[in-house]
Design a protein around this ligand. Structure first.
Ligand code: SF4
Length: 341
């Protein structure tokens, strides 16, 4: 059993029951050019009412992970336990209550809305399927109000809306079924910076008001520092560090995390002082078809040791609830001290 999962079981006893437990989940794709290990043995849990941030560059497997939680993909192996039941199945095989209870907001609102449907027709679709006994017209008005859009928007088409407004409609559609859990897959990264803050604020208010749990997928680490309760960082299909948000940002352990944090642009000297010492990447991220052996980050890591090239480090709990997968912490080599502040 992966270490992170044994931690989750222990932690479960101390905290409220997690709404979602992902246990050693893998997703491999067979392609003409070979097997792509998009997600390769990932474990974590999400507590009720929590914002769990999943961060990673393109190709890290974070979106594939989110797609497995909502049933767009079936895992190759592993368990996804939601409200006590194993749900590691494609959405087509999932019971109706589950399809209603877990929703997703995609990155690109323009492609996720049907251009031939008015906003009212778009919002009516999930309501008719999942909430047929409700007053549908009234619910549409209520959903628009919840995402801060005026009622007259119901008669408009997606083309008549701005990017942020389209994303608000996509959020309203996700909330139409009154879910408990929402996967937010880069919900603001396709939007103009000027509207990103507004969308985040609405999402956070809705979480509080409706007691939602979020799995928030993003490449934007600094955004996570403001919204997440805990953060996991993925690299080439694996979680390399996972910690409570404050600890994650104040005491980052993995060289990859430190590299990303040290490259975030800041404005003030105070902020600069809080950043880890700058770490330069030694190379480019490897392709999904040729993941390096051992620690997959080793071609880019300035602290690489011989062991890193052949042995993949496990995800160990190095401080309370702070997990990291790196040989620097398990060897007698003191290379870590060289870059610690
Ligand atoms: Fe770097 Fe080795 Fe740690 Fe990987 S295991 S991050 S290569 S020091």
């Amino acid at each position: 059993m992966p270490l992170v999962f044994s931690m989750t079981t222990e932690k479960m006893e101390r905290m409220s029951e997690p709404i979602l437990i992902v246990e050693n989940v893998k997703k491999y794709f067979n392609t003409a050019r070979g097997i792509i290990k998009a997600v390769d043995g990932v474990s974590f849990f999400v507590n009720q009412g929590e914002v769990f941030g999943v961060v990673g560059e393109s190709g890290s497997g974070k979106t594939t992970l989110g797609n497995m939680v909502v049933g767009i993909y079936t895992p190759t192996s592993g368990k996804i336990i939601y409200k006590g039941q194993d749900i590691a199945k494609h959405a087509k095989e999932r019971p109706k209550w589950l399809k209603k209870d877990i929703q997703i907001v995609f990155q690109n609102p323009a492609s996720s809305l049907n251009p031939r449907r008015t906003i009212r027709q778009t919002l009516e679709v999930p309501l008719k399927v999942h909430m047929p006994s409700s007053n549908i017209a009234e619910r549409v008005d209520k959903l628009l109000e919840m995402v801060d859009l005026p009622p007259e928007f119901a008669e408009r088409y997606p083309d008549e809306l701005g990017g942020g407004e389209k994303q608000l409609v996509a959020i309203a559609r996700a909330l139409a079924t009154e879910p408990s859990f929402v996967v937010l897959d880069e919900p603001t990264s396709a939007l103009d910076v000027s509207v990103q803050g507004k969308i985040i604020k609405i999402l956070m208010n809705l979480k509080k008001r409706l007691n939602l749990s979020y799995m928030f997928i993003t490449h934007n680490l600094s955004l996570m520092s403001n919204v997440a309760d805990r953060v996991a960082i993925m690299y080439l299909g694996k979680v390399r560090e996972l910690a409570e948000t404050r600890d994650f940002f104040l005491n980052p352990m993995h060289p990859y995390t430190r590299m990303l944090l040290s490259s975030i642009p800041v404005i003030t000297d105070e902020e600069e002082k809080l950043k880890p010492k700058r770490i330069e990447s030694m190379g480019e991220i490897a392709g999904a078809l040729n993941i390096p052996p051992g620690c997959s980050f080793h071609p880019r890591c300035p602290f690489v040791m011989d062991v890193c090239r052949s042995v993949d480090p496990p995800l160990n709990e190095l401080a309370p609830a702070h997990f990291c997968s790196c040989h620097l912490y398990t060897t007698s080599n003191n290379a870590y001290d060289k870059y610690k502040k």
